[in-house]
Write a protein that binds this ligand. Structure first.
Ligand code: CTP
Ligand code: MG
Length: 230
């Protein structure tokens, strides 16, 4: 039973700022992309056999070289990403082998520090028969729904809300159908599956799987890494 992983890493990181695309920004001497790849590789129960990375067009060759040392025994494919995250995932999914893969993980390069146990919970749920799996945590803020003028129109019951992370795990055939159907503005792959009527199940996520989005997230990443290395 083998897993293919897709890493969308083609974003510019506009909220983070700086000259370098976010996936190539370094924390503790390695890029976020390298950290993300190491994490997936360390999840031995996932049995990773193929890794497809979507990168900013033009950086394919340098990424193949950069990741080489971290993907021993894994087929590495690097493709040009697209304008939106879902375009990048679709470009990567197009080259995932059809034969011999029973689970496809989609994992943001920006969630570079997800721990092994969270990855393995996702894979286990797919292997147990779930077609689509997301790691989730309770939300800690009160969430408001707002109208066009920014006015609050409602407060959803927080006990029914979760924040979802990656890696998200899928039955390969379901993920292909979900992307073929497409939805404009889908911010994750589970959403595409929901639109097909597929049940998406949740497993416990991890606070370490936070997404590096804004400059202060780099400080948190540095601190987390220092603690892990201590
Ligand atoms: N991503 C991608 N292709 C895009 C946009 C995003 O592969 N066209 C990837 C990012 O590289 C990241 C993940 O999707 O690993 C989550 O996206 P996000 O955190 O929004 O990253 P960016 O789009 O790079 O950041 P920003 O939205 O601040 O520009
Ligand atoms: Mg983005």
């Amino acid at each position: 039973m083998s897993t293919a992983a897709i890493i969308p890493a083609a974003g510019l990181g506009l909220r983070l700022g700086g000259e370098t695309p976010k996936a190539f920004r370094e924390v503790g001497g390695d890029s976020l992309l390298v950290h993300a790849v190491r994490g997936l590789k360390a999840a031995s129960a996932a049995d990773l056999v193929c890794l497809v990375v979507a990168v900013p067009p033009g950086s394919e060759e340098s990424v193949v070289k950069e990741l080489g040392p971290y993907v021993e025994g894994v087929e590495l494919l690097v493709v040009a990403g697209g304008a939106e995250r879902s375009d990048s995932v679709a470009a990567a999914l197009a080259v995932v082998p059809v034969e011999g893969i029973d689970c496809v993980l989609v994992h943001d390069a920006a969630r570079a520090f997800v721990p092994v146990d969270a990855i393995e919970r996702v894979v286990a749920a797919v292997r147990a028969g779930a077609a689509a799996v997301v790691p989730a945590l309770p939300v800690t803020d009160t969430i408001k729904q707002i109208g066009p003028g920014g006015e609050v129109v409602g407060t959803p019951d927080r006990s029914t809300l979760v924040a979802v992370q990656t890696p998200q795990g899928f039955d390969p055939e379901v993920l292909r159908r979900a992307h073929a159907a497409g939805v404009v503005g889908a911010t994750d792959d589970a959403m595409l599956c929901e639109r097909l009527g597929v049940t998406v199940v949740t497993v416990e996520g991890s606070t370490d799987a936070f997404k590096v989005t804004r400059p202060q997230d780099l400080l948190l990443a540095e601190a987390l890494l220092a603690e892990r290395r201590a």
